[in-house]
Design a protein around this ligand. Structure first.
Ligand code: AR6
Length: 173
């Protein structure tokens, strides 16, 4: 069974097989968690990202972790919140699900997610957390023993409190 863990703090410090980056479609860096990951990983990350030729919203691509304690970075592009009429929910669901599929493909046992799209992209936090946990729950039901641990790394109290409440109601924790 996969352990679901809630963490408050900086995702660049996580010693997991992979951390997930909330990137933009260029994959060439930006602000928020993307900027923090590129700074902590070092310049070689940008070089590898250039070779990936971008990433579509709702999709995911993997690189090495370079100077991070995490071995890999899974870059995913969350949707910009546009009021909910532009398929934002299924696109965010796809981000989480596809990152987990990449973990299986690369035989990674532990992964840490940030709260994708809830910063600069303004996705409502409660709905984003519900969507993330629904994707993770569906994945864990379909692949019960694929991963050992999935961590949700929150950077603000509001997201932390939302995840704490939702995780308390879930069977996996
Ligand atoms: N560790 C964990 N979480 C963090 C960290 C950190 N070091 N720093 C910020 N967060 P955002 P988005 C949280 O804006 O909304 C970039 O410019 C933050 O508090 O990083 O998906 C990209 O290049 C929030 O809860 O990502 C894109 O252009 C969450 O990470 C755009 O921002 C996501 O906030 C993506 O926007």
């Amino acid at each position: 069974m996969t352990q679901l863990t809630l963490v408050m703090g900086d995702i660049t410090k996580m010693q997991t097989d992979a951390i997930v980056n909330a990137a933009n479609s260029s994959l060439l860096g930006g602000g928020g968690v993307d900027g923090a990951i590129h700074r902590a990983a070092g310049g070689e990350l940008l070089h590898e990202c250039r070779l990936l030729a971008g990433c579509k919203t709702g999709e995911a691509k993997i690189t090495k972790g370079y100077n991070l304690p995490a071995k890999h970075i899974i870059h995913t592009v969350g949707p910009v919140w546009n009021g909910g009429s532009k398929k934002e929910e299924p696109l965010l669901y796809g981000c989480y699900y596809k990152c987990l599929e990449l973990c299986v493909k690369h035989k990674l046992a532990t992964v840490a997610f940030p709260n994708i799209s809830t910063g600069i992209y303004h996705f409502p936090k409660q709905l984003a957390a519900e969507t993330a946990l629904s994707a993770v729950n569906d994945f864990c039901e379909a692949h019960p023993d694929a991963l050992r641990e999935i961590s949700f790394v929150c950077f603000d109290d509001e997201n932390y409190n939302i995840y704490q409440s939702l995780l308390a109601e879930m069977p996996h924790t």
